[in-house]
Design a protein around this ligand. Structure first.
Ligand code: G6P
Length: 474
């Protein structure tokens, strides 16, 4: 029985099944996992996550009670849930990623507005079943009075379900995404919106990354549920219970990041990149190939910059990392193709025999991306909307001499905006001008701003961020 538990869809590790049937383990990706992994090990937290692939399912089936640590893996206390693939697919791909992610990131556009029909109802039913599987596993594993930290939009229904099973527990929910304003949230069918909000309000404490997202959640509770809200003390009272709403901005453990970024594999990537780029200035971006990250407009801005500033031809290189993500969804496959088309257009239009204006990396290569951070002169972070964005925080820590261009729609802008060059992510021309400004900024000014950015980025590292929420449950 455990005193502190974490639940999230993606766990700290994933497994790959080789042709000879052997399993290899690797660290999971994404902001949530990088924030929580070390903290969970240090505090002896039991982590409950879903099996995401055949490799994961293979590993779980060999582990007693789904406990991978008890099967001899170095994962920290970890229970993986083997949810039937069809249920998982509907819950994760159809509801969580194609619907809730789209709602919170305002990703629908007019020809592609959602269509909530009988099929969606079946998918929603699977989302419930998947949430129930988590609630039941947590109810089984939690000691009396334990604290349970439920993560993200995949698991919105878990807090209320868990409260039904185990009223002795203290439950927190944390949203790593933005939260949609009521006029957009109410695109969802009324009963679905109600169930989501009531699901989260089953928690004692509901956490968000910024005051803006917390405020939007409170607004939705008032508009959709008619809940009684107090914006000053940040509480929501509904159906006889009060939930406290907290703002916990997630930062980076600067020391751990530096330790990793100083290892020999990163150093050798740095040497290779220096050879490739020479003494040219370097503009870097690092993202999952994710619609909300706005990579295509970022590339369009670089193209416009090259068109309006021929004096920079041959003197600058844009190194863009766009890692594969969520390829089960057609929107993501199309977006990946659009990124590659945009990149090719730039290469065809401006590339010469001795100058590659753009280097696009489409494979997940963590050490190479750390090397890129360290060499960057300008870091471009231009999401349409983002819960926080840890790239904007990691960059200044590893290279305080790089200028940060930051979308005002990223949660990180609340803390970093003052020292960054902030842009409206839809304004390609303004982003092109910011690239120019960043390249022209004196090294002294970049270092002055970068030092302030790095200080803000490390203000609430994951262990403090987590401790803050645990304390809120006392
Ligand atoms: C965001 C979400 C996380 C998610 C990550 C990667 O950071 O907040 O919950 O794990 O993206 O997405 P994926 O669908 O690959 O888990």
């Amino acid at each position: 029985m455990n005193a502190i538990l974490v639940a999230s869809n993606r766990g700290p590790v994933s497994f790959t099944l080789a042709e000879d049937g052997s399993l290899s383990m690797r660290r999971g990706g994404g902001g949530l996992v990088s924030g929580l992994s070390e903290v969970a090990k240090d505090l002896n937290v039991l982590w409950v996550c879903a099996a995401l692939s055949d490799g994961d399912r293979g590993a779980v089936r060999l582990a007693p009670g789904g406990r991978l640590d008890q099967a001899g893996y170095d994962t920290g206390a970890l229970r993986m849930l083997d949810i039937p693939p069809a249920t998982f697919h509907r819950a994760y791909n159809a509801v969580a990623n194609s619907t809730l992610w789209f709602v919170h990131h305002l990703l629908y556009d007019t020809p592609n507005m959602p269509h909530f029909d009988a099929r969606f109802r079946r998918e929603w039913e699977s989302y419930r079943t998947y949430n129930e599987a988590f609630a039941m596993a947590l109810a089984e594993e939690a000691a009396h009075g334990a604290r349970v930290m439920v993560q993200d939009y995949h698991l919105s229904l878990v807090p209320a379900m868990l409260r039904g099973e185990r009223p002795d527990l203290r439950v927190a929910h944390f949203s790593h995404t933005p939260w949609a304003p009521p006029e957009y949230f109410t695109l969802l069918p009324d009963d679905v919106g109600t169930e989501l909000l009531e699901g989260i309000l089953g928690a004692d404490h509901a956490g968000f990354l910024t005051a803006r997202w917390a405020g939007a959640f409170i607004d939705c509770c008032e508009t959709v549920l008619g809940a009684q809200v107090d914006r000053r003390s940040r509480t929501v009272t509904h159906a006889g219970r009060t939930t406290r709403i907290g703002v916990h901005s997630l930062g980076v453990d600067g020391e751990a990041l530096w330790t990793r970024a100083s290892e020999p594999d990163v150093e050798s990537h740095m040497a290779a990149l220096r050879d490739q780029v020479g003494d040219r200035m370097l503009i870097v971006r690092i993202d999952r190939t994710e619609l909300s990250k706005n990579i295509v407009r970022g590339l369009a801005a670089y193209r416009e910059f090259l068109a309006t500033h021929p004096e920079w031809h041959g003197r600058v290189v844009h190194l863009a990392f766009a890692y594969p993500s969520r390829h089960d969804l057609p929107e993501y496959r199309e977006y990946t193709a659009a990124v590659q088309r945009s990149a090719k257009e730039i290469e065809d239009e401006y590339g010469t025999e001795d100058w590659d204006p753009l280097i696009l990396n489409v494979n997940d290569d963590y050490p190479r991306s750390l090397a890129a951070y360290r060499l960057a002169d300008v870091l471009l972070v231009n999401p349409i909307r983002d819960g926080m964005n840890l790239v904007a925080k990691e960059g200044p820590i590893l290279s305080p001499r790089s200028a940060l261009i930051l979308s005002r729609e990223a949660g990180a802008a609340a803390e970093l905006g003052e020292h960054a060059l902030t842009v409206n992510p839809y304004d390609v021309s303004a982003t092109a001008s910011a690239l120019f400004e960043g390249l022209l900024m004196s090294e002294g000014e970049r270092v002055r701003r970068g030092t302030l950015l790095a200080a803000a980025a490390t203000a609430l590292p994951p262990h403090l961020w987590f401790a803050d929420q645990l304390a809120a449950l006392k």
